[in-house]
Design a protein around this ligand. Structure first.
Ligand SMILES: [Zn+2]
Length: 184
């Protein structure tokens, strides 16, 4: 099995059934520009998207695609609206099937990849996996918005500009605390 990193770009079109039969292993990169939905979300052109793919056939004659995808790219931080580095990883475990009917018969551990005869677009499959891995809220790890903007009393009060309650409710750090599950 290949383990050395390769800068080679993955082919976009593959023949999944032929590859499964031949137990093809692919490793390579995908250009962000060719992933339409993902580039629409990205906050910059800088991205490193890689995939390690293994085609095969299991004991029950399921044609499989398994592997890992990794995407390092910039998304928009929902707190400061600036670009924010993200690393998204996903694992693929797909059964290559002809139709919905066959998809239903796959074991639970496999998702379905409904592929027609001949070549299919592997980039779409990988992009889908990356999109699923994007967190619900994207934020910088550091405090990217100055806390002073959100002082909720606690200082000596000399500088009391008394933010309206509505504004305080929008304090993104409170949102963050909720995400972390901090009890009140
Ligand atoms: Zn931020």
């Amino acid at each position: 099995m290949l383990t050395t990193p390769s800068p080679k770009q993955l082919p976009r079109q593959v023949d999944p059934r032929k590859f499964a039969q031949q137990e093809v292993v692919l490793q390579g990169t995908l250009p962000l520009a060719e992933l339409e939905r993902l580039s629409a979300l990205a906050a910059g052109d800088q991205a490193e998207i890689t995939a390690e793919l293994e085609f095969g056939v299991d004991d029950q004659r399921h044609r499989l695609l398994t592997g890992k995808v990794s995407a390092k790219l910039q998304l928009t931080c929902e707190r400061c609206m600036e670009a924010c580095d993200q690393h998204i990883e996903g694992e693929l475990a797909l059964g290559i099937v002809w139709d919905e009917e066959q998809a239903k018969q796959l074991p639970r551990r496999l998702d379905a990849w409904i592929a027609p005869e001949g070549v299919s677009d592997i980039y779409e499959v990988i992009e889908e996996e990356i999109l699923l891995g994007i967190p619900m809220g994207v934020y910088h790890d550091h405090q990217c918005v100055d806390l002073a903007h959100y002082s909720v009393g606690g200082d000596d009060g000399a500088d009391e500009t008394a933010a309206p309650a509505a504004e305080r409710r929008n304090n993104p750090f409170q949102v963050l605390e909720q995400l972390k599950g901090t009890p009140k």
